[in-house]
Design a protein around this ligand. Structure first.
Ligand SMILES: [Zn+2]
Length: 144
């Protein structure tokens, strides 16, 4: 399968802006109105493969566009996401070429009402003892 972010079909993904190391495109398919993708121009599959100059431009672009979204109107929010899911096959909603999603968010928007409203049932408050065990497990796992 050809990489859709290396061989850009501008009918599906018009390039809104091309910088030295990243493209900015609307997401297609999109989750919410204004859903943007920030994509390294070079085919990269893991964040650790980004060169320092690519990291700087990518994160500067994420921060810049997030701020633009947040100031579109009062109360506007923005989710920033990057998925690493090697357990899923590539598809029109899963591309291995690393990319960051920026999703403009509003109170009770469609994404919240149709999916994230159910997250309330998934979150679990941990007791103090469980939290200590979790912290210890994470320290061992990540060698903090
Ligand atoms: Zn690619």
């Amino acid at each position: 399968m050809a990489c859709p972010f290396c061989e850009v079909n501008e009918q599906r993904h018009p390039i809104l802006e091309k910088r030295d190391h990243v493209y900015i495109m609307p997401s297609n398919p999109r989750l919410v109105y204004g859903h943007l993708l920030i994509i390294p121009i070079r085919h990269i599959e893991r964040p650790t493969d980004l060169r320092t100059d690519e990291q700087y431009e990518l994160f500067d672009t994420v921060i810049e566009l997030q701020e633009k979204i947040l100031t579109l109107k009062p109360g506007m929010g923005c989710d920033v996401r990057q998925h690493s899911r090697p357990f899923l096959p590539e598809s029109n909603v899963k591309v291995d070429h690393i990319h960051w999603h920026l999703l403009p968010r509003e109170l009770d928007d469609e994404l919240y009402l149709r999916t994230q409203i159910f997250e309330r049932d998934v979150f679990r408050m941990l007791s103090s003892e469980e939290m200590q065990q979790e912290a210890q497990r994470l320290r061992q796992l990540f060698m903090f």
